[in-house]
Design a protein around this ligand. Structure first.
Ligand SMILES: CC(C)(COP(=O)(O)OP(=O)(O)OC[C@H]1O[C@@H](n2cnc3c(N)ncnc32)[C@H](O)[C@@H]1OP(=O)(O)O)[C@@H](O)C(=O)NCCC(=O)NCCS
Length: 212
């Protein structure tokens, strides 16, 4: 069973700032209540900057067997693609990200590429210590809201066939498989892995959301 993507109230509160200009505009701190899997956190969305790339690269290298290189992030920023960080104030006793001078915790990030009537998700990553706490869904909610605000009808992405957590995430958020790209990803020496192409109909999922 799939659960269509749904907007968290805090994400909705941030939307006016996002639809008025480049995304993501920095948000005021949003308090995310405690859930069964995570403590209460004060979080912000901020645009990813070149100066964030040491910390981003450290998270990326831990999260993937085949991480993006610094060059991938650099090129995405240079191209002006929307790229956002999800940051949290450190909780009492929590160690902030060692590569961030501001003492905040880097929970995750995403990079997307806008098209004519679609947005292509290029990278979504949650730091390993903060996975399975709902942050990827939260970021996808934000991306879906922003994309709708831009008039996009579809969110697209590719995911490694073997990446069960990510496929689980996308299915949970209402994405459906629409194709397969043979040998799309490198996978060890002289090996390739197929990519599953998935899409989310932003118009239909908004209608479901409105009727919740
Ligand atoms: C995939 C990833 C982004 C998920 O982030 P996350 O914050 O842990 O995901 P969430 O907590 O928001 O989970 C949402 C849903 O995704 C699915 N899911 C997430 N992690 C899962 C796992 N390890 N196994 C199975 N399903 C999983 C579940 O349906 C989950 O809902 P539930 O917790 O209510 O069951 C994270 O595991 C990650 O960064 N992995 C490495 C990078 C990566 O593979 N990115 C995707 C590239 S296409």
């Amino acid at each position: 069973m799939t659960t269509p993507i749904h907007a968290d109230a805090a994400v909705k509160a941030a939307l006016p700032a996002w639809t008025s200009g480049l995304w993501p505009a920095p948000t005021e701190p949003l308090v995310q209540p405690r859930t069964a899997s995570r403590p209460e956190r004060r979080i912000v969305f901020e645009p990813m900057l070149e100066s964030d790339l040491d910390a981003v690269q450290a998270v990326e290298s831990q999260a993937y067997a085949h991480p993006w290189s610094r060059r991938h992030f650099h090129d995405s920023l240079k191209a002006g693609y929307p790229a956002m960080l999800l940051l949290s104030e450190a909780l009492p006793g929590e160690v902030a990200h060692p590569l961030r001078a501001d003492g905040r915790v880097l929970l995750g990030y995403l990079v997307a590429m806008p098209g004519v009537d679609e947005v292509h998700l290029l990278n979504i990553t949650v730091a390993t210590a903060h996975q399975r706490q709902g942050w990827a869904r939260f970021m996808l909610d934000a991306l879906a809201l922003w994309s709708r605000g831009q008039g996009a009808q579809w969110l697209w992405l590719e995911v490694r066939q073997s990446n069960a957590p990510a496929r689980g995430l996308y299915e949970r958020c209402g994405f459906a498989q629409v194709g397969l790209r043979k040998g799309y990803y490198p996978a060890g020496q002289f090996q390739r892995e197929d990519a599953v192409v998935m899409s989310l109909n932003l118009v239909a999922s908004a209608a479901v959301e409105a009727n919740r």
